[in-house]
Design a protein around this ligand. Structure first.
Ligand code: CA
Length: 223
């Protein structure tokens, strides 16, 4: 079980890393919000422990960014402030639970185990569409049982399609959700990536699944 700890206070992160390590977890640490988002985006974790007060990007902004990018790893917020607002906001934008500092270590471990159990049940559930299968934990995609080798961006685009089947996805929506950029002068890249994805997903199959919706964008659909 891999846990990402995003915490700028070295003493706290070392303490958590050592303690969770002794409990059998493998722990990676990021020291600011940007590094945390970067690691969560490029590696696979079973859980993220996110401090709220962080340099560069605070914990709430980091969680929102991850959820906007469709990264649904369970997040446990660590908050020093005993502020109800922080907790409510945190849960609102997609955190799964929170724990106020200072906390008892046994409590932290119990919460981690509970979230990982829950996460592997719903968040990590595989998604199926037509003969496609996507494993959001392993970041893998199969068509008709054949694994399709995707880059991380292609995978993110595929996951976005599979979480929103049968609805037109505009280039603006794709830009925002997969790249986290606004639409301006970004059309090209999206078309290029959709073509990469089509080559891998559809080219060798009679039934095409990624369709162009004229004047709108793209849609994952069967007919
Ligand atoms: Ca902090």
């Amino acid at each position: 079980m891999r846990i990402l700890v995003v915490e700028d206070e070295k003493k706290v992160s070392t303490f958590i890393q050592r303690g969770l390590g002794e409990e059998g977890f493998s722990v990676d640490v990021a020291f600011d919000g940007e590094e945390g988002v970067d690691k969560a985006e490029n590696q696979t974790f079973d859980l993220i422990l996110m401090d709220i007060m962080l340099p560069k990007k605070d914990g709430l902004a980091a969680i929102k960014e991850l959820r906007d990018k469709q990264i649904m790893t369970p997040v446990l917020c660590l908050t020093a402030r005993d502020s109800v607002d922080d907790k409510v906001t945190g849960l609102d934008i997609g955190a799964d639970d929170y724990l106020a500092k200072p906390f008892a270590f046994a409590e932290l471990v119990a919460r981690c185990r509970a979230l990982i159990r829950r996460g592997s049940k719903d968040r990590g559930a595989e998604i199926f569409f037509a003969d496609l299968r996507l494993d959001p934990v392993a970041h893998k995609v199969w068509r008709s049982g054949n694994e399709i080798d995707l880059t991380s961006k292609e995978y993110a685009l595929m996951e976005y399609f599979m979480r929103h089947p049968n609805q037109p996805l505009t280039r603006a929506m794709i830009a925002e959700n997969v790249w986290d950029y606004t639409f301006d002068s970004f059309t090209n890249i999206i078309d290029v990536y959709v073509n990469y994805l089509r080559n891998k997903i559809d080219r060798d199959y009679d039934k095409k699944l990624i369709h162009t919706v004229r004047g709108q964008g793209y849609m994952l659909k069967e007919l």
